[in-house]
Design a protein around this ligand. Structure first.
Ligand code: TYD
Length: 212
C-alpha cells in the first residue's frame, strides 16, 4: 500500500495522455496536494540516457529482450530514487507510462509474454504498483493518425508497423479486462473536459477512501 497516491497513464502512442496529465496536475495542486509528474522511460538522469538509446532510430537492431531490460532498468532507477521516496513523503506521483507499457509493448506486441515481463519487472517495481491506472482508450489507427497530424518525427517505437500498434492496443484492452479494479478504461472520443471529469471522479473517490 502506497502512502501517497500513485497514478499512471497508459495507452497507444498518440492517445492524448499529456493533456489529461496536465489537467490532473493542476487539479491536485488546486486541492493543495503536493504533486509531481514523471515520464517513462526517463524521469532520472540515468533514465533519460536509457530513453535516448531506446527511442533512437539508429538502434533498429535492438533485441526484444534487450529492449525489455532497458525499460526495466529505467523503471528500477525511477522507482527507487524518485517514486518510492516521494510516496513516502505523502506526495501524489503522476507517471506518463509505467509497468503496463512493458506488458503491452514488450510482453504482448513484441511477443515476449506477460509472465516474462512481470518476472523481470517484479525486481524493478519492488511492490510499488500504481493505485490507479488510466488507460486512454483510442484504437491504434486513430491514435497514429492523430500523432501523424502533429507532424513530429517518429521515434524507433513509433516507426513500428501498424500491426505492432494494433497488438499494443489489444494488449491494453486485455490488461484492463484482467485488472479492472486498478486499470480504468477511459473513452477518449470526447472533449478533453468530459474525459477529465471521469478521471477526476476516480481520483476523488480514491482520495475519499484513503481519508476514511
Ligand atoms: P514517448 O515519446 O514517451 O511516447 P508517448 O509520448 O506516446 O508516451 O515514448 C515512449 C515509447 O516507449 C512509447 O512508444 C512506448 C514505449 N514504451 C515501451 O515500449 N515499453 C515501456 O515499458 C515504456 C515505459 C514505454
Amino acid at each position: 500500500m502506497n502512502k501517497g497516491i500513485f497514478i499512471t497513464f497508459e495507452g497507444n502512442d498518440g492517445s492524448g495522455k499529456t493533456t489529461q496529465i496536465m489537467l490532473l496536475l493542476e487539479y491536485l495542486k488546486q486541492k493543495g496536494i503536493d504533486v509531481i509528474t514523471l515520464r517513462e522511460p526517463g524521469g532520472t538522469d540515468m533514465g533519460e540516457k536509457i530513453r535516448d538509446i531506446l527511442l533512437d532510430n539508429r538502434n533498429k537492431g535492438m533485441s526484444p529482450v534487450a529492449e525489455m531490460l532497458l525499460y526495466a532498468a529505467s523503471r528500477a532507477q525511477l522507482v527507487s530514487t524518485v517514486i518510492k521516496p516521494e510516496l513516502a513523503r505523502n506526495k501524489a506521483v503522476i507517471c506518463d507510462r509505467f509497468i503496463d507499457s512493458s506488458l503491452a509493448y514488450q510482453g504482448i506486441a513484441r511477443g515476449l509474454g506477460t509472465e516474462n515481463v512481470w518476472a523481470v519487472n517484479k525486481l524493478a517495481v519492488d511492490d510499488c504498483l500504481p493505485d490507479i491506472t488510466f488507460f486512454m482508450d483510442v484504437d491504434a489507427d486513430t491514435a497514429m493518425a492523430r500523432r501523424e497530424a502533429k507532424g513530429e518525427e517518429a521515434d524507433r517505437i513509433e516507426s513500428e508497423k501498424m500491426d505492432f500498434h494494433r497488438r499494443v492496443y489489444s494488449g491494453y484492452l486485455e490488461l484492463s479486462r484482467q485488472d479492472p479494479r486498478r486499470i480504468k478504461r477511459i473513452n477518449v472520443n470526447r472533449s478533453p473536459q468530459e474525459v477529465f471529469a471521469e478521471i477526476r471522479g476516480y481520483v476523488d473517490e480514491f482520495l475519499e477512501k484513503a481519508k476514511g
